[in-house]
Write a protein of this length. Structure first.
Lengths: 467, 467
């Protein structure tokens, strides 16, 4: 396939797609549901072949679990499309209506972006969800899924595309790209592809961002923080810390770093660390934290000091800087703190590991987050309104939270109905991105022979009256 | 200067800049006005040295005119800052307020983008205007002006920056970059610079877009069209065509191509061409147009056919494809049509030249514009509502106009108060960009110890109530 040529064709088809009414787009979505339901057995058969091939190739168990597409996943995918049909139309909203002068009317109206390229992980439900999002928002889409689901994607794409075209959408509304080297061709389609949405590993997203002139929406990293303030209510705070770190550690909105106010460190850390360690979290931290934990352990404040073991950095696969670690034992759980260097605080673990650091106050916490974070989602735990206001003003992230888990950063939880992804960029869309992130706007100006010369010469003047 | 280091410093200062109240930002703008007024003589002296050097270097007269900074330009610049002080605050607007569940409140609030790099042409008033826009919107800015105004920019920057800092804004709120090679360093500051706004020649803007991973806002080309529909009112239409082409041909919103409905070509072209030629416009066009014009000339419909001259392509510096041109004479004005190839329709003249083409209907006009245009601003001239609706729906441009000049595409004319530039990109801001284009948003979520685990387990559920 010549991706450039196909993208050009799609670009020229995009205005026809954008002109389809909400009724036509929703009818296409309904037809997709029918096609999926009527071909469930064939879909499962293809998916079983993908799964068998993946097992043969010794693909990791977690990946195989994701690429399996069964009765339950089909049901969820169809429920998702049904929900999307019910969402309000993101297209055609008039967001500005202004008379510039007598008979000269300006309107700003939301329109689809045009052609969107989405590169996504090996998850068959992703193909369905992304196609539905693009159709609902009137966009054309080029889709490239993970290679481990090639057979499943092929049959799903055929069904989705066939149903869309049968419902009257343009032939070029959707295109599937299957070869990995075609991604590089796609990256060269500036001018025809209006937006790229890469999903997958940080490394992959970064590769896309580094190798294209097309605007990219997504997030390369999710380094989220919690700052435990001097005025925190520990009964409320500790469950939030545990939820934010452990509820689903593999995702971008899980917390990676806990900053603790120095004034409460000695009193708060025992209970905080106990809760984290009991939840299976490994501890890393600054030298100061490690020494404090060692001191607390020696003083018997972390449990039975007699059972304390000296830290063995090698055992933990830790860094060479691992000198002076505090260590201890509590209820049989280890809470050794592996010492990390300052620059290591820019680490996304996506695992049951947390970075610990003491800070003087909320100002130092905000500075640390702005320096080492990824501008995703960061939280302050405090009962002090002034500290909370300062934090939420000064932390430069898509989400700034108070007294709740960073895991809430999600389009469904925000009530957007569907989520394209999370953006850590600041242009266009920021944070969880729903259907509104897939539209732009155009200005419509209607006159009656109005000339700019008349305004430049002073013969006429604007009155700019909002309607 | 180490631009990367300075940009990093600015990035860390940006949250402090963003936290300044509107009163503080407006006070800084007022102080800048005072500084400029008190130092007018020194400014003019430096500017005279720039102008003298430019003359010595045989810089083009048009450029010298732009780089002159005199009493009138200073007055206009100060009036611009005064007007900006009066504009509403683009920062701190709450655009979403939703209770996700009991006690869990989500707000979306507008915030400054952060660090903006602006590279602009040799015009001293540009430095003042851009600094004022960035201060008003709470952004930090790195400024690089044209080298021909180095002395003027240096004194202006010193005054503006000094006044801003004296008014309490952070030391790093503004930075001037003076060396051309520092632009390339600036292009490498992804992560610290949030947005680049290049202004200047198409070639320059394209160079910036091709050589950075930082999001770029701007327009590389302005290929605007007018489509003269079958149902146009010529008395209304012809002045619009002339205004759009000739009122200021050097700018991006001037029209480059006139598409004419084939059914009215023979009846309408004589009057249209007469008006254009009388305004000094040179004609290029498809072979079909050229032959029609020749036919019209031969038939005496373009004036005195006896005075018709055969076209001399070489004389006009035209293309080698210039065979079969129509030509004629009218009131002593030449209206030879130089034949152009299809691909030449993607040409921005920024000069008194127009491309002409016949099309079958509004659908062909829209397709042509989507294929050859630059998605800037395009207009239909018609009294037919259905054709107008089709055109405004199907043309994929930032501005879609009916019965008015494309030259209206401008932030001041739209009533935005101030304009950063015009964007032909579709992400973030499209068309003329005012202060609203210099802000993004963040989500604030306030809870009372809310955990995601409770919603995943089904213990709690969201009610998503907009407030």
């Amino acid at each position: 396939m010549n991706v450039r040529e196909e993208a050009r064709k799609m670009k020229l088809a995009a205005p026809y797609m954008a002109a389809k009414s909400m009724e036509e787009r929703n009818a296409a979505l309904a037809r997709i549901i029918d096609a999926l339901e009527q071909n469930r057995e064939a879909i499962f058969r293809e998916n079983e072949l993908d799964v068998a091939a993946a097992k043969e190739a010794n693909v990791a168990q977690a990946v195989i679990k994701r690429l399996k597409f069964d009765e339950n996943k089909l049901r969820d995918a169809i429920a998702g499309i049904r929900q999307m049909i019910g969402l309000p139309d993101p297209v055609g909203k008039i967001t500005l209506s202004r008379e510039l002068d007598e008979g000269l009317l300006l309107q700003r109206v939301s329109v689809p972006i045009g052609v969107i390229g989405v590169i996504f992980e090996a998850r068959p439900d992703a193909l369905i969800q992304i196609s539905a999002l693009c159709i609902k928002s009137g966009n054309c889409a080029i889709l490239k899924g993970g290679k481990e689901t090639a057979r499943t994607n092929r049959i799903l794409f055929g069904l989705v595309h066939g149903a869309a075209v049968a419902a009257g959408l343009p032939e070029s509304c959707l295109l599937q790209v299957e070869l990995h080297n075609e991604i590089d061709e796609l990256l060269q389609c500036q001018g025809d592809v209006d937006l790229l949405i890469p999903r997958g590993s940080n490394q992959f997203v970064q590769y896309i961002m580094d190798n294209t002139n097309i605007p990219v929406m997504g997030h390369a990293a999710g380094i989220c923080h919690i700052y435990l303030d001097e005025k925190a209510d520990l009964a409320k705070a500790i469950p939030v810390i545990v939820d934010a770190k452990t509820q689903y550690p593999a995702v971008c909105n899980a917390t990676e770093t806990l900053l603790v106010n120095r004034r409460i460190a000695e009193s708060a850390l025992p209970a905080v660390l106990k809760a984290l360690v009991q939840a299976g979290v490994k501890l890393r931290g600054s030298k100061e934290v490690a020494e404090l934990v060692k001191k607390l352990g020696d003083a018997g404040k972390l449990g039975d000091p007699g059972a304390r073991e000296m830290c063995d950095a090698g055992k933990q696969g830790g860094s060479q800087k691992a000198a002076g670690q505090g260590s201890g034992r509590l209820d049989g759980s280890s809470f050794d703190v592996e010492v990390m260097g300052e620059e290591d605080f820019a680490t996304e673990y996506t695992d049951l590991i947390i970075s610990l650091k003491l800070v003087e106050n909320v100002a130092e916490a905000a500075d640390h987050i702005n320096k080492f974070g990824s501008h995703h989602t960061d939280c302050i735990l405090t009962e002090d309104d002034k500290a909370a206001d300062y934090f939420m003003q000064m932390v430069d992230s898509a989400g700034v939270y108070r007294n709740c888990s960073t895991r809430f950063a999600d389009g469904f939880r925000y009530g957007f109905g569907a989520e394209v992804g999370v953006s850590t960029g600041k242009l266009h869309a920021r944070g969880p991105v729903g259907l509104d992130g897939l539209v732009t706007y155009k200005y419509r100006l209607t006159g009656q022979g109005h000339l700019v010369g008349d305004y430049v010469s002073g013969k006429k003047s604007f009155h700019h009256r909002d309607l």
